[in-house]
Design a protein around this ligand. Structure first.
Ligand code: SIN
Ligand code: FE2
Length: 213
């Protein structure tokens, strides 16, 4: 059953200027990626962060690489230390870094050197409201986003919060890359539906690679 999908060849779908979905681009290495996520989470456990507005995010997060994205009452930012342990984030495992670089290259962005990999874990009902990724210091680098496990409805809008959104189902192994003209486009994830994925059970994982520093 799994082999059937592992053999599916990747294909691409244009999303907007500068943005593309690389369907199934990460399927072959998904097992390795999930094992590495588990390793990272041993050192920097998943946690639901507080928003500046005083809510608790429904998505549980951790990260690896030189910098990690954090949110608390003071705002959103990148930090070299995991605030929970006061230790540096676990280093970014090579296969993750290489997948990010290959994905960016495939989408036409050469020389991508991510220093941050945010790891999102969605449980049923977890969602991410429309937002821009704009905490990075240099906005010339793209965003590379890898989906694993249960499928989710991804919303991809435009330069303003009220711009029309496209809704695409992101499935296990799909990679979205956006940069250039769409680097600051609003995006979000609709509440995860109940399900049971053979590799991740009731969860969806998302890896978001960025040049943060
Ligand atoms: C994000 O925008 O940080 C997450 C996107 C996703 O989970 O697909
Ligand atoms: Fe985002």
């Amino acid at each position: 059953m799994l082999d059937l999908f592992a053999d599916e060849l990747p294909w691409r779908e244009a999303l907007a200027e500068g943005a593309v979905i690389l369907r199934r681009f990460a399927t072959r290495e998904a097992c390795v990626l999930l094992a590495l996520i588990a390793e990272v989470a041993k050192q920097a456990p998943f946690r639901r962060m507080a928003t500046p507005g005083g809510h608790t995010m429904s998505v549980a997060m951790t990260g690896c690489g030189e910098r990690g994205w954090v949110s608390d009452a003071r705002g959103y930012r990148y930090s070299r230390l995991d605030p929970q342990s006061a230790l540096p984030w676990p280093p970014m495992p090579k296969p993750l870094l290489q997948l990010a670089k290959r994905s960016a290259g495939e989408a036409g962005y050469t020389g991508f050197h991510p220093d941050a990999c945010l790891i999102n874990r969605y449980e049923p009902g977890a969602k991410m409201s429309l937002h821009q990724d704009r905490d990075e210091s240099d906005l010339r680098a793209p965003i590379v986003s890898v989906s694993l496990g249960l499928p989710a409805r991804f919303l991809f809008g435009g330069a303003t919060r009220t711009a029309p959104t496209q809704r695409c189902l992101l499935e296990h192994g799909d990679v979205v890359v956006w940069g250039g003209a769409s680097r600051l486009f609003y995006h979000g994830v609709q509440p995860l539906r109940l399900g049971n994925h053979p590799l991740t059970g009731a969860y969806r994982y998302n890896l978001t690679f960025r040049e943060a520093g």
